[in-house]
Design a protein around this ligand. Structure first.
Ligand SMILES: Cc1cc2nc3c(=O)[nH]c(=O)nc-3n(C[C@H](O)[C@H](O)[C@H](O)COP(=O)(O)OP(=O)(O)OC[C@H]3O[C@@H](n4cnc5c(N)ncnc54)[C@H](O)[C@@H]3O)c2cc1C
Length: 388
């Protein structure tokens, strides 16, 4: 049998899992750790809204994978995962031209936008899902501003973390670029549409209220308790009957598990996520683990599915890597118990709100913390060399 431990996806979950496997298996030469990702860079998804609006450079939101793996016993393969064949224990990459066998597998392929069969939504909206999509969004914003039409309307569908941070960053950026593009606030609008009663459903009500108030102060029109029902090339039709003529529509209204999972025949449940045990093993195969946005796991304290966040992907990766090590060494496996360190949201620069344990803070302290998180994360990946 192959002695490969294969990790699919080098996002938050996959990269952390590969690093931890390297640490745990440092003293055994028997296993090869192989990390597969479609690009040779690690994408800081949580900062994607900054590169999409142009407030950060692309280099600030991506890290070369080889730099992270320097000196580690992990082989990186650039490859597009086409099929996960659990029966034959083989991964097919790059249109099936390469096949990699595995003894253990960690799947961390992340998510993709969910369109819920809403007519026109996929066709006419853009989503923040990769570095390339952020480049495309930035280009479209530039083109729209350059064209200088009379009324510019930017619409953000979905008032979760991604939508709120994007809308705030866009409002901030449009204020900054008024001179070069010769636009005034009277000429453009940003509208956010959210189906729930408040923004940030799933997070605290106070954070939702803060986000709404801050966005409104920045000139964003926030529509809640209304749903996108249909999209055409020019118009977004809401369930209430309201119609919005738009210049650019960013869809951040939901995600689902990577389609490779379903196409490969894995059991998928809520929004294409795969049910796992409390040890994060695939319910049908204990040598296969799923982490991050791919895993559907309940929080034992609330009975609700754990929210797909970078934080939970990192925690799950540590558990999955340990449990593979435990299996190899004949040790007891660890149960995954989610623990939230907290959430910090930034709405344009200098306006942030943080909740860490029972502490809530806004203003400069929250902004400072928001900026510290990616720096701390970079440091955890590769020490000082990744901070420059
Ligand atoms: C704009 C934005 C803001 C966010 N803000 C926050 C935040 O503030 N806090 C927070 O905790 N979370 C936030 N999130 C959510 C967070 O980014 C995700 O939950 C997290 O990235 C999930 O980690 P993951 O490892 O499961 O997947 P990802 O980090 O998405 O990694 C998946 C990896 O798999 C690769 N891949 C995908 N398909 C294939 C394939 N077929 N073949 C090969 N490789 C493939 C991708 O290139 C990627 O490297 C935000 C998300 C977005 C988009």
């Amino acid at each position: 049998m192959s002695e490969n431990i294969v990790v699919l996806g080098a996002g938050y979950g996959g990269l952390k899992a590969a690093q931890k496997l390297n640490d745990y298996l440092r003293n055994t030469k028997k296993y090869s750790i192989i990390l597969i990702n479609k690009h040779n860079f690690h994408m800081l998804m949580t900062l994607l809204h900054e590169s999409a609006t142009g407030t950060s450079d692309f280099d600030d939101v991506s890290i070369p994978i080889n730099k992270v793996l320097e000196g580690k016993n992990v082989t990186f393969m650039k490859g597009w995962v086409e099929e996960i064949n659990l029966a034959n224990r083989v991964i097919a990459i790059n249109q099936g031209t390469q096949k990699i066998s595995f003894r253990y597998l960690i799947i961390a392929l992340g998510s993709e936008p969910a369109y819920y069969n809403i007519p026109g939504l996929q066709e006419y909206s853009m989503s923040l899902r990769s570095l390339y999509s952020s480049i495309e969004i930035r280009r479209r914003i530039h083109d729209i501003l350059k064209k200088g039409e009379q009324a510019l309307t930017f619409v953000v569908g979905g008032g979760g973390l991604t939508g709120v941070e994007f809308a705030g960053e866009l409002a901030h950026q449009l204020q900054r670029v008024q001179d070069p593009y010769q636009i005034t606030p009277a000429k453009y609008k940003i509208i956010m549409v959210e189906g729930a009663k408040e923004l940030l459903p799933g997070l605290s009500a106070e954070m939702g209220r803060y986000s709404r108030q801050t966005l409104e102060e920045m000139g964003v029109e926030v529509i809640t308790e209304d749903f996108v029902q249909k999209v055409t090339a020019e118009t977004i039709c809401l369930a209430s009957g309201k119609q919005i003529h738009y210049s650019l529509f960013i869809w951040a209204g939901g995600i689902k598990g990577n389609q490779v999972l379903e196409q490969s025949g894995l059991k998928t449940e809520t929004r294409g996520r795969v049910p796992v045990t409390q040890y994060l093993q695939y319910v049908d195969n204990p040598t296969v683990y799923l982490v991050g946005d791919n895993a559907l796991v309940q929080d034992p304290r609330t009975g609700k599915p754990v929210l797909p966040t970078a934080q939970s992907a990192l925690q799950q990766a540590e558990i999955a890597a340990y449990n593979i090590y435990a299996d190899i060494m004949g040790l007891e496996k660890k149960v995954y118990v989610p623990s939230s360190i907290g959430t910090v949201i930034s709405i344009g620069r200098g306006k942030a709100f943080g909740e860490v344990k029972s502490f809530k803070f806004k203003g400069p302290a929250a902004t400072w913390l928001k900026e510290l998180i990616p720096a701390k994360y970079r440091y955890s990946l590769g020490g000082l060399k990744l901070l420059s």
